[in-house]
Design a protein around this ligand. Structure first.
Ligand code: PHE
Length: 344
């Protein structure tokens, strides 16, 4: 056999073995395989050069090249298996987790004080048989004012600075709008509790343009103002203190007649007089009254057969009194130092 070719074969074999052994990844090994055994590889080229060899030397030459190819193939295949195993071990080692490591602490959240107060109010009145009804936040003038005995030219519309959306559509200024929606749907006896957001163009330490109200409505035969005060006493005892008292003062709302403003004995001093109650011993907590005949009529309820009372309170106000919060903005700032104080 041609000495020169023979030598070239040895060099190629050594070169291939050397490179294969140095390969540090499956990818590198694959490249070595292609370099020598691929379609344009060096060993493949040797096979192709067979036709330049004298016919009598061809069988010996062919056998030698095939030996080299087989040797290389076996070697690379072995290396591939080892390489894959090593790579898998490395991957698994990288993914190992130390189960004895301390976990990352997750702080538990808590209900917002407004949600808490709202839930507490619902609990109190649900215990007296009230059902929850939620009306829409975007209301028509009809439900927010007109049906509540507050026609367009009524001065009471100025009592609440309203955000209008379009002519006739507004952000509700009071949950009282829900009274009408419910009475249109349901015949008495009615015992409804309606919590929700309301909106007024108002902004200071105790007023915010968005706040929450809790509306109550009771309509049945023979309902009186005494029933209202009885329920409000029950509410004050559960919400504030067993010794809390309530008092009704005459007031005015277009949708109630008579109308009252309800005070509770001061939550800070118990009635002796202090800066919170400005020395009076009383704090105003809600508006209420007997449902105006006109409102009942507007909803198709006969005012000679049925009477009712309604009340509306600001949930922020109740929460501020109960928890001694001095600025309404604290509710919406979402400072965790504030919110954390309401954890159970
Ligand atoms: N809607 C009144 C307000 O927002 C409160 C109220 C409700 C008064 C029901 C009487 C009866 O000021």
């Amino acid at each position: 056999m041609d000495e020169i070719k023979n030598e070239a074969m040895e060099t190629i074999l050594q070169e291939a073995e050397g490179e294969a052994e140095k390969a540090e990844s499956s990818r590198a090994l694959y490249e070595v395989k292609m370099k020598f055994l691929g379609r344009t590889g060096k060993v493949t080229a040797l096979l192709k050069s067979m036709r330049d060899i004298a016919a009598e030397q061809r069988p010996a030459f062919g056998k030698r090249v095939n030996d080299i190819r087989e040797k290389l193939e076996t070697m690379i295949a072995d290396l591939e298996v080892k390489m894959k195993k090593r790579e898998l071990e490395k991957k698994l080692a990288g993914e190992q987790i130390d189960v004895t490591m301390p976990g990352r602490r997750r702080e538990k959240g808590a209900l917002h004080p407004i949600t808490r107060t709202r839930n507490e109010l619902i609990d109190i009145f649900a215990g007296m048989g009230f059902e929850v009804f939620e009306g829409p936040e975007i209301e028509t003038e009809y439900y927010n004012f007109t049906a509540l005995n507050t026609p367009a030219d009524h001065p009471a519309r100025d009592m609440q600075d309203t955000f209008y959306i379009t002519d006739g559509l507004l952000l509700r200024t009071q949950t009282s709008a829900g009274q009408i929606r419910l009475m249109e749907k349901k015949r008495p006896p009615i015992k409804m509790l309606s919590p929700g957001r309301v909106f007024r163009s108002d902004d200071d330490a105790t007023h915010s343009p968005m706040f929450h109200q809790m509306e109550g409505l009771v309509v049945d035969k023979g309902v009186t103002l005494c029933d209202l005060q009885g329920m409000l006493d029950e509410f004050a005892h559960t919400m504030f203190a067993a010794t809390s008292k309530t008092r009704l003062r005459p007031s005015y709302f277009p949708f109630t007649e008579p109308s009252v403003e309800v005070d509770v004995s001061c939550t800070a001093c118990g009635g002796k007089g202090c800066p919170l109650c400005k020395g009076t011993g009383w704090i105003e907590v809600l508006g209420a009254g007997m449902v105006n005949r006109r409102v009942l009529e507007n909803c198709g309820v006969d005012p000679d057969e049925y009477t009712g009372f309604a009340f509306g309170m600001g949930i922020e106000r109740i929460a501020m009194l109960k928890y001694g919060i001095n600025h309404i903005r604290l509710f919406t700032e979402n400072d965790v130092r504030f919110l954390q104080q309401f954890k159970d």
